[in-house]
Design a protein around this ligand. Structure first.
Ligand SMILES: *Cc1c(COP(=O)(O)O)cnc(C)c1O
Length: 362
């Protein structure tokens, strides 16, 4: 059996050593006489994995002590609703940066909870660019500002951050968490579904500054309040045990490979290889986004015609390069280069692109 290069946007490729360790441990976990996923989530074996996972996130992202790290269910999508339910005050409203498809979804849920002001809107540019942090009209009167660090579908990513001094910033980092160091102290709340850079689907990481917990309304259903999970160390109910265990192994893998700085260097190199393949193709391949905000995680590109795109995608799949179609809402091609994608996969794609362009002139 040969594994293909999997460029899928999510769920996405995982490190092979992690998959192998799961295979080896899934039936009988480290002398426990059963699988970890058969054991109580109150067992000492699970508790050790749970606490170590939280500690690894804290260590790898250099999270200050005044933040809590929560492991929740419901995907990043549940956070679209939980953030406003916990923090959106009717009298103050919240501010939004509308950067693309994921921001639009978060915005839709926030609007159901209270007033939203879009302080920057990328729709007129078809979500191909982002503002500079300094240019944002941030108002200290608002409950919070919501932003999206990396637009997985549009292929744009923030490379500079607003500082969060004027008002709390809540940020969706689902598709680039753990891909580079981040200034955690700029943010009041960070959330990310696991299935891009951290492991399989099923667990969502929430990093919340402790002063925000005082704002959680007491009349929320228990599961929907951040305070419940912070107080109970994310063991208020049964956590997604398998996903947390797999994430634990991914975090160990990151640490073993040199931590977050090494991951960032590798991601920069991978993105460079692919953007070079696009830019050096004499406009055969085109990346439609503003070069200043190109994503290192999700690289979108077009070919001269849709017919050539269809042929490209078919032949790429046949060559073991999977998951390259762009999102159904935008078409074209997209290569997701998450942490677990090796540089060899990116080089194979770049070589295939050069050969294809040569064999199929526009
Ligand atoms: C994938 C993704 C989501 C949705 O995550 P789910 O876990 O499927 O709810 C939200 N935001 C961004 C930026 C994403 O990439």
């Amino acid at each position: 059996m040969a594994r293909v290069h999997n460029f899928s946007a999510g769920p996405s490729t995982l490190p092979v050593p992690v998959l192998e360790q799961i295979r080896d441990e899934i039936v009988e976990f480290r002398g426990m006489g059963m699988s970890l996923i058969e054991a109580s989530h109150r067992s000492k074996e699970y508790d050790a994995i749970h606490c170590e996972t939280i500690a690894l996130i804290k260590e790898l992202l250099s999270i200050p002590d005044n933040y809590s790290i929560l492991l929740l269910g419901g995907g990043a999508t549940l956070q679209f609703g939980m953030v406003p339910m916990n923090f959106l005050r009717e009298d103050a409203g919240c501010d939004f940066i509308n950067s693309g498809a994921w921001a639009v979804k978060a915005l839709k849920d926030a609007k159901k909870v209270g007033p939203v002001t879009v302080i920057w809107d990328g729709e007129s540019s078809r979500y191909t660019t982002l503002p500079t942090p300094d240019s944002l009209p941030i108002s200290s009167k608002s409950s919070y500002l919501h932003m999206t660090s990396n637009e997985t579908i549009g292929g744009i990513q923030w490379h500079d951050w607003p500082d969060g001094k004027k008002l709390p910033i809540c940020i969706d980092m689902s598709s680039d968490i753990m891909s580079r160091p981040i200034p955690v102290e700029n943010f009041a709340l960070i959330y990310a579904g696991a299935q891009k850079n951290l492991g399989p689907a099923g667990v969502t990481v929430v990093i919340i500054r402790d002063d925000m917990l005082d704002r959680c309304p007491s009349n929320l259903p228990e599961y929907l309040s951040y305070k419940t999970h912070a107080t109970g160390n994310s063991l208020y109910n049964t956590p997604p045990v398998f996903s947390i265990y797999a994430m634990n192994l991914v975090l160990h893998w990151i640490k073993k490979n040199g931590g977050i700085e090494a991951v960032e260097r590798a991601n920069e190199e991978k993105a460079q290889v692919l953007y070079d393949a696009i830019d050096s193709s004499d406009v055969y391949y085109r990346c439609p986004v503003d070069p200043a905000v190109r994503s290192r995680m999700n690289i979108v590109f077009r070919l001269p015609t849709e017919e050539l795109e269809a042929k490209f995608l078919t032949e790429a799949t046949a060559a073991g390069l999977n998951g390259l179609p762009g999102h159904r809402s935008v078409g074209g091609c997209r290569a997701s280069l998450y942490n677990a994608m090796p540089i060899s996969g990116v080089r194979a794609l770049a070589a295939f692109m050069a050969e294809f362009a040569q064999a199929n002139p526009a």
